[in-house]
Ligand binder design. Structure first.
Ligand code: A2P
Length: 347
């Protein structure tokens, strides 16, 4: 039966795609509430042929709401999601606010949809970089046992929101016009230094931890353990990460080195990934077929290629994985969770 849906952060890079992914989904929507900051009140969005006005999010915005999709930043989620849950809504939260809470399942439908069974009103969407990496590695973990992951990311500007995306384009214009680039947001808003991303690489995503890792790297490590081993400090699965922001608007790339307990051939790995849900295999060096951000943009799938065995370390492999960080990395994963909840009557 039809449900009432609220989108918190409806005007943002992810929020606008949540509306679009919900529109394309099989979820029957009775009413839609578009919520953002007071700055956006009165803006209009079309959904399934009808116009909806944005209103300012308050604790009372969730009365009568069945499902919340939220992507308005961690502090907004921490403040407002508890009110939504109190009012009986199920919330799929794209921020990092609740991801590590043991009462909150952290879900990628292709990987651990069974964890939806024990939700208590909040389900967390993992970090965009974690999602695409685990869509690629979980089928190999199930079949061959995964021991170790060493990942380096090439992350798009839109992962830091609409304003970071606009900043990259503006800096590119400034650079080509011979003007000095003015950086105000990246690598992370509120930091004491800002650096241009256009024609540059920034080896900082999110804030630094005391051990020298960034919080983005921390998230990839601990979210992977929670999703694959149900224990965010599991030490049988070793994970380490280096996260880099690259001057690409949309689509994260990742170079993933991984070690398996078994030693399957590359064609065997290709077959497993080719048959796995949510993956498109693009792996043919002879025809120069490999995943790229510009070909992944706008698609729900995770694209995998460049699969190679490490000749000097049996059971060690490299692969390259790309996905649209705003879709599978955020809006589509959230709507896919919502579809699964509706299908399993878990709303
Ligand atoms: P607004 O457009 O009114 O600022 P992005 O991730 O692209 O930066 O988008 C962030 C989203 O979160 C936007 O929809 C933004 O709305 C929304 N947002 C930011 N601060 C608040 C707030 N205090 N309350 C509700 N929504 C907020």
């Amino acid at each position: 039966s039809a449900i009432t849906v609220a989108i918190l952060g409806a005007t943002g890079a992810v929020g606008t795609r949540m509306i679009e992914q919900l529109e394309q989904s099989n979820i029957e929507v009775r009413d839609l509430r578009l919520l953002a900051s007071p700055r956006s009140v009165g803006k209009v969005q079309t959904f399934r042929g009808q116009e909806y006005e944005v209103s300012a999010a308050t604790p009372d915005s969730f009365i009568g709401v069945d499902l919340v999709l939220s992507s308005a930043g961690g502090s907004v989620s921490k403040k407002l999601i508890p009110h939504a849950v109190k009012n009986g809504a199920v919330c799929i939260d794209n921020t990092s606010a609740f991801r590590m809470d043991p009462e909150v399942p952290l879900v990628i439908p292709e990987v651990n949809s069974d964890d939806l069974d024990w939700h208590h009103g909040i389900i967390a969407n993992p970090n965009c970089s974690t999602i695409q990496m685990l869509v690629a590695l979980a089928p190999l973990d199930r079949k061959y046992g995964l021991n170790r992951i060493i990942v380096s990311t090439y992350q798009a500007a839109s992962g830091a929101g609409q304003s970071a995306w606009s900043e990259l384009l503006e800096e590119a214009r400034q650079h080509l016009d011979g003007q000095a680039e003015i950086a105000k947001i990246l690598p992370v808003s509120g930091a004491s230094h800002h650096y241009p991303l256009a024609f540059n690489l920034l080896p900082q995503i999110d804030v630094f931890e005391d051990n020298g890792y960034t919080h983005e790297e921390w998230k990839m490590i601990h979210e992977s353990k929670k999703i694959l081993r149900h224990d965010l400090n599991n030490s049988d699965l070793k994970v380490t990460a280096t996260c880099v922001r690259v001057p690409v608007p949309v689509g994260h790339g990742e170079s993933v080195y991984f070690e398996l307990e078994q030693n399957p051939s590359v064609p065997e790995i290709q077959t497993v990934l080719d048959q796995a849900d949510g993956i498109v295999l693009q792996d043919d060096p002879r025809t120069q077929l490999y995943p790229q951000p510009i070909t992944a943009e706008g698609h729900q799938s995770t694209f995998v290629g460049r699969i190679r065995a490490d000749a000097e370390n049996p059971g060690g492999y490299n692969l390259w994985v790309v996905s649209d960080n705003l879709l599978k990395g955020a809006a589509w994963n959230a709507v896919q969770i919502a579809e699964t909840l509706v299908q399993r009557e878990l709303l």
